[in-house]
Write a protein that binds this ligand. Structure first.
Ligand code: FE
Ligand code: CA
Length: 508
């Protein structure tokens, strides 16, 4: 016993029984600490939540296996009502498979609705850090006020993840990540830290890149504080790809090599995220768009705007492009569009929240140019969805967005060309966690005269915190002044409310 680490797992605090129950594993107590990638939870439902971890005692190994042997390993897990695990609610054992890079996705069921829990893992004689998670309200009930933070674009080299740390300190109930969780590029010198390896292409590369990011203590704190709902954007695979069309030409890849690369990227994404097994990759794809109910308070429609989109019009970039207006162009694919509109028609909750990646409202810049990678490059697709929610009398459509490394808030318009047309919804765009470096203090909305529906802009790094009740959503835009040094404080630089039954932003 004296050789055991003091964090040795003691089930229910009964030392003798616990030790006996776990006998045979104490021999591995001298194994190196395997939980260096932290713990996470996600996909909260009224009675279940996903618990995640991945064993990796030496996370940065080039083979992507984090120093784990070619063998499957038993992992015990526990959920308790209290942080000290005095009152165990449920527990179990799962196999961390070599084939899955020793990641585990435990669907822990039998939980009470609208309740807070703590969880931890044990493997190879070591206990993991403790994570906090929670369940959604029971169907038909609104539950408590929901504090939800959302974020995107965490480039490891371009800044420290201070914004993740500050988000964790808010102790939100739920966190959404809207993409660019990792970046695929090789290292560049002169930044605050460096990617390992070159541009990532193989499964081993993607696994190691996820591991490198997951070693960040600020990111680990954000995962450990609340359940997450995640959707990837482009950089989890490669910059600005569209379905199976690449935007980049380096590294040179055959069609088969590119498909294999995308498949590897999706596999590593699943392995490293607290997703349900229903989101595990199938063939060369990954079924990510899904609905997550939060009682009668909110429904989260998590969208995939990469896997089924048409290629960017006019060769991508900021363009004046008639082809972007072609009828039938799609950002979501037909099946996902129908699925979204069917779900919006249900009117299950006060707030219908679209968790998605790229800028939704029209945004015209110099000479009428627009971003062909965003919904402006898929105007017919945007129009069908906006008209679709109007036709279905959706009470409170709220679009959440990442991708552009700056914070925005705006009204969604029935006709963007007509300032007097109806406000039909609201968009909140979070800035990046670190991508783009420190940014500036600039808060002048670019080209506001041509985009009067866009109401707020900030070039700082940070995240957006929302407080969701039956009567309103309050949005606080949180910003840190620098990400090239550790330790910045986060401040609220702007706040808005959205009132039930009244689309659009109200200034505070
Ligand atoms: Fe990004
Ligand atoms: Ca992006």
């Amino acid at each position: 016993m004296t050789m055991l680490h003091r964090r040795t797992f003691i089930l229910g605090g009964v030392a003798t029984a616990g030790t006996l129950a776990l006998s045979g594993r104490s021999a591995t107590a001298a194994a190196p600490f395997p939980f260096k990638l932290g713990v996470a939870s996600g996909e909260p439902a009224a009675s279940s939540v996903v618990l995640w971890t991945r064993l990796a005692p030496t996370p940065l190994n080039a083979d992507g296996h984090g120093g784990m042997p070619d063998a499957d390993v038993t992992v015990d897990w526990q959920i308790a009502a209290d942080q000290r695990f005095g009152s165990i609610v449920t527990s179990g054992t799962v196999t961390a498979r070599y084939a899955d890079a020793h990641s585990v996705h435990v669907v822990a069921g039998g939980l009470a609705p609208d309740a807070e829990y703590y969880y931890r893992f044990r493997a190879q004689g070591h206990l993991s850090a403790v994570g906090r998670t929670r369940t959604a309200p029971a169907p038909g009930t609104a539950g408590r006020e929901l504090t939800m933070a959302f974020a995107s674009c965490s480039h490891y080299e371009e800044g420290y993840f201070t914004a993740y740390r500050r988000m964790a300190e808010d102790r939100p109930d739920l966190i959404l990540h809207l993409g660019d969780y990792i970046y695929e590029y090789g290292p560049k010198t002169g930044r605050v830290r460096e990617h390992l390896g070159g541009e990532i292409v193989s499964l081993a590369d993607y696994r190691r890149r996820h591991a490198q990011y997951k070693t960040d203590p600020d990111l680990q704190a954000a995962h450990a504080v609340a359940p997450w709902l995640v959707v990837p954007d482009d950089h989890e695979v490669e910059n600005n790809y569209a379905t199976l069309v690449r935007a980049d030409s380096t590294p040179a890849l055959t069609a088969a090599q590119w498909t294999a690369r995308r498949t590897a990227a999706y596999r590593a994404y699943y392995e490293n995220m607290p997703l349900r097994p229903a989101q595990a990759p199938v063939g060369t794809g990954i079924p990510l768009h899904r609905r997550v109910p939060w009682g009668t308070l909110a429904t989260f429609h998590m969208l995939d705007t990469r896997q089924f989109r048409d290629d960017q019009a006019c060769g991508d970039g900021w363009k004046v492009c008639a082809a972007a207006d072609t009828a039938g162009r799609t950002m979501t694919g037909a099946a996902q569009e129908s699925w979204l509109l069917d779900g919006l028609a249900r009117q299950d909750a006060t707030w219908d929240i679209l968790g998605q990646q790229v800028f939704f409202a029209q945004q015209l810049r110099s000479g009428g140019t627009a971003n062909m990678d965003a919904w402006d490059g898929y105007r017919a697709s945007r129009k069908r969805i906006q008209q679709g929610w109007r036709d279905r009398n959706v009470r409170n459509p709220l679009v959440l967005t990442g991708d552009i490394h700056s914070a925005w808030a705006g009204d969604l318009k029935a006709d963007y060309a007509s300032p007097s047309s109806a406000v039909v919804g609201t968009e909140l765009v979070c800035t990046s966690i670190s991508s783009g470096g420190n940014g500036t203090a600039d808060t002048v909305v670019p080209y506001q005269a041509t985009n009067p529906h866009l109401r707020f802009f900030s070039d700082r790094r940070g995240y957006t915190r929302t407080t969701i009740s039956r009567t309103q959503v309050r949005a606080d835009f949180r910003a840190v002044p620098v990400v090239t040094e550790h330790g910045s404080a986060a401040t609220t630089i702007a706040s808005f409310v959205i009132l039930d039954g009244r689309p659009g932003l109200q200034e505070l």
